[in-house]
Design a protein around this ligand. Structure first.
Ligand code: F6R
Length: 264
């Protein structure tokens, strides 16, 4: 696990975009797992900038989003389809057939639909780089506390903490979705590389538990300790409860000297 400590949200998202950009340059047919949420806005902004500057081609990149709210159509302004279109896809040269986001409008046979999503990931050759945010409760995707570490893409009931956080982006009075379709923790752990971005003090406790706490289904992101190629990019505020910050800084200095490609 590599822990990259950055000063603020701007530096963190720039670094995350840089790592994704270099993965795309190395492998133009990259399969990229994507996340939504406030933390990702800066990452997409920088990826769009690099594309517009002419240095980043998404035409052969394949994407799989982590999750979507159940009950929201792709045109709903709070849907993750809408988020991705507005903040990323509409501004880069992704081929529409290469974009995969769980369908929030499905009814009935959820298991069959979710198995199909997993199959599509497999057919695409698996996810090369998975981008993740983290919830205040340690969720990755919508794998709420107590999610099985082996879980696969499925229908998931959202926790109260997540409902409270989400309600801020829905119109007051409107009920925000209670459920989502999400990749499982087992699905996420099969990605070849994982990049988790966390910024702001609200994430500090979840970040500390995920990196320095025990592996437990009570903190879904702690399962990332099982993965051999995880990079956390964390700003000062989100890193404030980590106890080994000096060590992470030393590791970073040595990484820059010995294996600089891991940082660019
Ligand atoms: C969204 C997702 C979630 C978010 C997390 C953080 O696709 O998978 O796990 O990454 O809830 O959201 P923000 O960045 O809005 O705090």
């Amino acid at each position: 696990m590599l822990v990259i400590l950055k000063r603020d949200d701007e530096e963190s998202s720039r670094q995350a975009a840089q790592l994704i950009a270099s993965a795309v340059r190395k492998k133009p047919t990259l399969t990229l797992g994507l996340a939504t949420g406030v933390t990702m806005l800066g990452v997409y902004k920088h990826l769009v900038r690099l594309h517009k500057e002419g240095s980043l081609d998404f035409s052969r990149v394949v994407t799989f989003n982590l999750d979507e709210y159940l009950g929201l159509s792709p045109s709903h302004p709070q849907s993750f389809h809408h988020f991705m279109r507005e903040n990323f896809f509409a501004h880069v040269n992704m081929a529409s057939q290469n974009i995969h986001i769980p369908d929030g409008t499905i009814r009935g046979n959820y298991d069959e639909y979710c198995a199909g999503y997993e199959e599509a990931i497999r057919k695409a050759g698996g996810i090369d780089v998975q981008l993740l945010g983290i919830g205040r409760n340690g969720h990755i995707g919508f794998n709420e506390p107590t999610s099985s570490i082996g879980s696969r893409t499925r229908l998931k009931v959202l926790s109260q903490e997540t409902l409270d956080d989400n309600s801020k982006s829905f119109t007051p009075g409107d009920q925000s979705p209670r459920c989502a379709i999400t990749m499982g923790i087992g699905t996420i752990l099969e990605a070849r590389k994982i990049l988790l971005l966390a910024t702001g003090t609200a994430k500090a406790a979840a970040v500390a538990k995920s990196i320095e706490g025990p592996i437990t289904s009570a903190v879904s992101a702690s399962a990332l300790q099982l993965h051999p190629e995880v990079t956390f990019i964390i700003d000062d505020a989100a890193a404030s409860q980590l106890t080994q910050r000096d060590y992470y800084h030393r590791v970073l200095e040595m990484t820059a000297l010995l294996t600089p490609e891991r940082l660019s």
